[in-house]
Ligand binder design. Structure first.
Ligand SMILES: [Zn+2]
Length: 145
């Protein structure tokens, strides 16, 4: 029984799928999630071209304000994270991902609930080595808030 639970946890950690990302984006996302060790793992992370992102947001009845820069959102019931492939800078991806995983951990659509958890997740990411895939040198100095 205990090992079955352990296996289930490992499955949750390792079996999420990343769709539509470049090999670099997928490697980055997987490295970030491994460091974050979220309480609840996503089931899928889908990178979509901008036009499709807007379309997808509309299907889920989400308001995407004009000039919205953090082009990433979570559909909680399906534990799916959508990322605008054309707009999300990889330097900011971990920051944004921490926020979305905060929504998932709290199962809440409220921004303050997500941020409460995201702060801890971002601290875990900050411990990553400079120059590694998680903190490429070109990103260092860009503030993570
Ligand atoms: Zn949010």
């Amino acid at each position: 029984m205990v090992s079955a639970v352990t296996n289930a946890a490992e499955l949750a950690a390792n079996t999420y799928v990343v769709v539509g990302a470049s090999p670099q984006q997928e490697a980055l996302v997987r490295a970030q999630i491994q460091i974050i060790q979220p309480a609840i793992f996503p089931l899928r992370i889908i990178f979509v071209p901008h036009w499709k992102y807007i379309d997808t947001a509309r299907i889920f009845r989400l308001h995407v304000p004009t000039g919205y820069t953090s082009a990433i959102f979570t559909h909680l019931p399906s534990r799916t994270v959508f990322v605008d492939k054309d707009y999300e800078s990889d330097c900011r991806l971990g920051d944004s991902l921490a926020h979305e995983l905060g929504h998932m951990a709290t199962n809440s659509t409220k921004e303050e609930d997500a941020e409460r958890v995201a702060r801890e997740y971002r601290n875990r990411l900050k411990g990553a080595h400079e120059g590694s895939i998680l903190r490429p040198s070109r990103c260092i100095g860009l503030s993570l808030h």
